[in-house]
Design a protein around this ligand. Structure first.
Ligand SMILES: *Cc1c(COP(=O)(O)O)cnc(C)c1O
Length: 364
């Protein structure tokens, strides 16, 4: 059988061992973890590996992915990460066991639907500590909302509170801001007369603080995607190296369809390129280059590719073509050769959902 390209190899054992390493690290700090699957479009086999490695919840921002998990037979509770839309309340109660929330009116609708389905739905109320994406901004308001859920909404269980940082405002999780979360949790516990099961400190970007033992004791839950399945950002942007994490969980392979020498500076009057933006070109004379049959429709942004061959430079891409400079390579590339890449988060997001990229699930 002729192998088809472009393809994405998903290494399940690496996903398992990465998850296990991070899970053990978190366990040492009495932190339980939810495995987040939205970054790889909920490839079910990968989700199952995360569960086997110790994720006690499977989370996604997209309700249809949680539905897929239920249908695939994932047994741990599902966690909806994006604040629910009014139009999806029925599905939320159907397919999410727990959801993150911040709006009273939405909570009322969830309560009504849960009553209708004869279920108890769990919620984690979000507290905005300055990143300015979702969450109740004012602590007093958060505490009142928690009391309202606890005392007035019969079919909702107040499971805990949580926060989300470094998503919009690029605010870094610190001992200081996470202590605020812990204090809010304690205030709520005092008022409702019981402990909250979950105090959820955030996502992968909390790991750098965790390895420095800076996460306050009160935090007992994290929601982790990138940090276990695509670990390249931690050393790249967060100066954090967790021993043993393997970056080769997803390998993208694309085929060369044109190979030649061409000038490096375009000839003619310059306007804009495929996506309406002016390109940036450096005149480096005539150089050897190749075109790969994959493009930004599959990748999002070709700059999120990291060539395995360190002498390759990605020059750019249009929807369906990616141009690479191979002039400095030791390897003598030929037409039809396959070029391999690590992919950053955005490219993982896009390639996993591209119908043109074949998925190869490796399990040994
Ligand atoms: C995406 C998401 C996460 C997981 O983020 P990673 O960076 O992949 O760990 C956690 N919480 C919320 C609310 C999210 O939207």
């Amino acid at each position: 059988m002729v192998k088809r390209y472009p393809c994405l190899e998903v290494d399940l054992n690496k996903i398992y061992s990465n998850t296990k390493i991070v899970k053990d690290l978190c366990s040492n700090h009495d932190i339980r973890i939810a495995g987040v699957i939205k970054g790889f479009n909920a490839i079910p086999e990968a989700a199952r590996k995360m569960v086997e490695a110790g994720c006690e919840w499977i989370g996604s921002s997209r309700i249809e992915q949680l539905q897929q998990m239920k249908e695939f037979g994932i047994k741990v509770p599902t966690l909806l990460l994006r604040i629910p839309m009014f139009c999806e309340i029925e599905d939320v109660v159907n397919y999410a066991d727990v959801s993150l929330n911040s709006e009273k009116e939405t909570l009322q609708k969830i309560n009504d639907e849960a009553k209708h389905q004869n279920k108890i739905h769990k919620v984690i109320l979000m507290y905005d500590l300055g990143d300015l994406r979702e969450g109740v901004f004012d602590r007093k308001e958060l505490v009142e909302l928690a009391q309202y859920v606890e005392n007035k909404l019969e079919n909702i269980e107040l499971n805990g509170i949580g926060t989300n940082l470094s998503c919009y405002g690029s605010v870094i999780p610190t001992t200081k801001n996470l202590t605020e979360l812990g204090l809010a949790a304690e205030e709520i516990e005092e008022l409702i007369g019981r402990e909250l099961e979950i105090v959820s400190g955030g996502a992968t970007t909390v790991l750098p603080l965790l390895v420095k033992n800076g996460v306050p004791k009160k935090i007992n839950h994290l929601r982790l995607g990138e940090g276990v399945v695509n670990t390249q950002d931690l050393p790249l942007h967060w100066n954090t190296e967790i021993n043993g994490l393997d970056k080769d969980t997803f390998i993208l392979k694309a085929q060369i369809v044109e190979l030649n020498k061409k000038p490096t500076y375009p000839i003619g009057e310059l306007g804009v390129a495929s996506f309406g933006e002016a390109g940036v070109y450096e005149d480096r004379g005539i150089r050897k280059r190749a075109i790969l049959a994959i493009g930004n429709q599959d990748l999002g942004d070709s700059s999120k590719l990291i060539p395995k061959d360190k002498n390759i430079t990605v020059l750019g891409a249009s929807s369906d073509h990616t141009i690479i400079d191979i002039d400095d390579c030791d390897k003598d590339y030929k037409l039809g050769d396959i070029v391999e890449f690590n992919i950053l988060y955005q490219a993982m997001l896009f390639t996993t959902q591209s119908k043109s990229v074949y998925k190869i699930i490796k399990n040994n």
